[in-house]
Design a protein around this ligand. Structure first.
Ligand code: URP
Ligand code: ZN
Ligand code: ZN
Length: 475
C-alpha cells in the first residue's frame, strides 16, 4: 500500500483525482496533489478536488510515474547517415508517448573530446526540450586524455558512460580499451552502458556474404547471429566481475542472455539487462518482407524462440529496463542501400511507442504486472542512472512527472498519428492497448490529448551516481 499523506493546511496547484496510482511497490486508488512541480499530497480518492486550482479527473485511468527512456539517439552520425531528430523532435515525440525524461548519448564527433561533446549537447538542448533530459558520456577511444575526462563527466552530471564493441570505423572500443574505460568509470563512481556484439565474428560473416554477393538487408540477421551478441556479453560480464563497475547491457535480443543475467545474480555482479520493444514484439520474419530493410537494427530482431525467452526474462525481472533505442531514420534512408548491409543505417524509431507496445505485449499479454511495467519503464531506469527518487516513482517529494494512461484504449499504430521525425514505425499497422492521455513534467501539462507544452519545459538533470544495479528483483 502507498501511505497517504496530506498537508491539510495547504492548497495544491493541481489535483489528479480518482485515478489508480501505480508505483514500483503498490497499486492504490488515490488522489495526487502537486505544488510547485512536486508531489505534495497523496490522499484517499475523491478528497483533493476542493483544494486545487486545477483538477484532472483520472477516473478509469492509471496514474503512472513518467517513463524514462535512457537509450535514445539524437544527431547520431554513423556512416553516411545522421538520425533525423533534434532534441525538440525527440522530446515532443517522447512526451506523446508518456516519456518525461530522456537520456541521449553525448557521442563525440571525430576529433572532439568526451567533455566537449557533453558541453555541445547541453548547449544544443537548452530551451529545445519538451521533457527533462540528461546525457550519458561516451568514450570512443581509451587514450589517456579521454580516460582522464571520466571523473569530470561524472562531476558534470553525466554519471554513466557508453561504450560500443562494434561500429569499427567510428565508435568501437576493443576489449582492452573497454577494460580501461570500465576500470576508470568504476573508480570514479560511474555506471557503464555497453553495446555488446563481437566485431570479429560479425566481420568474418560479412566477408563471407560479400564473397557470395549476398549483402542485401535479409543477410543482416545471418551476419549478426546470437553468439556474436552473447559471446561479447560474457566478456563484459567478466570485466564487470573484475572492475565491479555497475553496467547495463543494452538492447539484449538473444535467449542466452538469461544465463548471463542469472550468473550475474548468483555472483552478486552489478550487471543489469536492457531490452527493447522490437525484440519483444517482432520476430525475424520481418526480414523476409519486401520492406524488411525498415527493421534493420543491431542486434537484429530474432526468431520467436528468442522473443519468448526475452519475455520470460521480463516476467522474472531478469530484464531490468525496457528502452526504445530510438533512431530517427526515414524509410528513404533505410532504402537507399538496402542491397548493402554495411552501408545501411542501423536502428529503429520508437521513443513514442515503447509504452503502448510494452503494455500490450507484457501487461495485456499476461507476462508482467502493471507494477513490473512501471519498474521497467521508469523506476529501474531512475535507480540505475541516479534519478531516483526524484524521478521514477510517485511519492510525496518526488517530481510531478506523471502519465495519465488509459489502459483500455485500443488503437492502431500509424506513422501519420505519431510525432517522431520519421515517416514509418516498425509497429505500423499493429493494434495496441493503452495510451498516454495526459503527461505532466514537474507538474506542467505537456500533452493533454495533444501537445500543450513548450520546448522550454525540459530541464537538464544533473545526475548523481546511481545504484549498483544489483537488486532489481527485490524491488
Ligand atoms: O541498430 C541500432 N541499435 N542502432 C543504434 C545505435 C546502437 O547500436 O545503439
Ligand atoms: Zn547499440
Ligand atoms: Zn542504441
Amino acid at each position: 500500500m502507498l501511505s497517504l499523506h496530506m498537508r491539510w493546511n495547504r492548497m495544491v496547484d493541481t489535483a489528479i483525482t480518482n485515478g489508480r496510482v501505480v508505483t514500483e511497490r503498490a497499486v492504490t486508488d488515490a488522489d495526487v496533489g502537486i505544488t510547485d512541480g512536486r508531489i505534495t499530497a497523496i490522499t484517499a480518492p475523491g478528497t483533493l478536488h476542493t483544494t486545487a486550482t486545477d483538477v484532472i479527473d483520472a477516473a478509469g485511468r492509471l496514474v503512472l510515474p513518467g517513463f524514462i527512456d535512457s537509450h535514445v539517439h539524437v544527431n547520431l552520425e554513423l556512416g553516411e547517415y545522421t538520425t533525423t531528430d533534434e532534441m525538440s523532435d525527440l522530446t515532443r515525440a517522447a512526451a506523446h508517448g508518456g516519456v518525461t525524461t530522456v537520456i541521449p548519448f553525448a557521442v563525440p564527433d571525430r576529433d572532439e573530446s568526451p567533455l566537449a561533446a557533453l558541453d555541445r549537447r547541453r548547449e544544443e538542448a537548452a530551451g529545445d526540450a519538451y521533457v527533462d533530459y540528461s546525457f550519458h558520456g561516451c568514450l570512443t577511444e581509451a587514450t589517456e586524455t579521454s580516460l582522464a575526462q571520466v571523473p569530470e563527466l561524472i562531476d558534470r552530471g553525466a554519471t554513466s558512460i557508453k561504450a560500443f564493441m562494434v561500429y569499427e570505423d567510428r565508435l568501437m572500443l576493443d576489449n582492452g580499451a573497454l577494460r580501461d574505460v570500465m576500470d576508470r568509470t568504476a573508480d570514479a563512481g560511474g555506471t557503464m552502458l555497453v553495446h555488446a556484439e563481437d566485431n570479429a565474428i560479425i566481420g568474418r560473416l560479412i566477408e563471407r556474404h560479400r564473397e557470395q554477393g549476398d549483402m542485401a538487408y535479409d543477410a543482416h540477421a545471418d551476419t549478426h547471429p546470437p553468439v556474436s551478441e552473447t559471446a561479447a556479453m560474457w566478456t563484459v560480464s567478466e570485466l564487470v566481475a573484475e572492475s565491479e563497475c555497475p553496467t547495463l547491457l543494452v538492447h539484449a535480443s538473444a535467449r542466452r542472455t538469461e544465463e548471463i543475467a542469472t550468473h550475474a545474480e548468483r555472483n552478486d555482479l552489478p550487471l543489469a539487462v536492457e531490452t527493447c520493444p522490437h525484440y519483444l514484439a517482432l520476430t525475424d520474419e520481418v526480414y523476409g518482407r519486401d520492406d524488411g530493410e525498415a527493421f534493420v537494427c543491431s542486434p537484429p530482431v530474432r526468431s520467436n524462440e528468442h522473443r519468448e525467452a526475452l519475455m520470460e526474462m521480463v516476467s522474472s525481472s531478469r530484464v531490468a529496463v525496457v528502452n526504445s533505442d530510438h533512431c530517427g531514420y526515414t524509410m528513404s534512408q533505410k532504402r537507399r542501400h538496402r542491397d548493402d548491409i554495411t552501408r545501411m543505417p542501423n536502428g529503429l524509431p520508437g521513443v513514442e511507442t515503447t509504452g503502448p507496445v510494452l503494455y500490450t505485449e507484457a501487461v495485456t499479454g499476461g507476462a508482467a504486472s502493471v507494477r513490473q511495467f512501471v519498474r521497467l519503464m521508469s523506476t529501474n531506469v531512475a535507480k540505475l542512472f541516479g534519478l531516483y527518487p526524484e524521478k521514477g516513482t510517485i511519492v510525496v517529494g518526488s517530481d510531478a512527472d506523471i502519465v495519465i494512461f488509459d489502459p483500455d484504449e485500443e488503437w492502431t499504430v500509424e506513422p501519420e498519428s505519431l510525432h517522431m521525425a520519421t515517416d514509418y514505425s516498425p509497429f505500423q499497422g499493429r493494434s495496441v492497448t493503452g495510451r498516454a492521455e495526459t503527461v505532466l513534467v514537474r507538474g506542467e501539462r505537456v500533452v493533454d490529448e495533444e501537445l500543450v507544452g513548450k520546448p522550454t519545459v525540459g530541464e537538464y538533470r544533473h545526475r548523481t551516481p546511481g545504484s549498483t544495479g544489483r537488486h532489481y528483483r527485490e524491488l
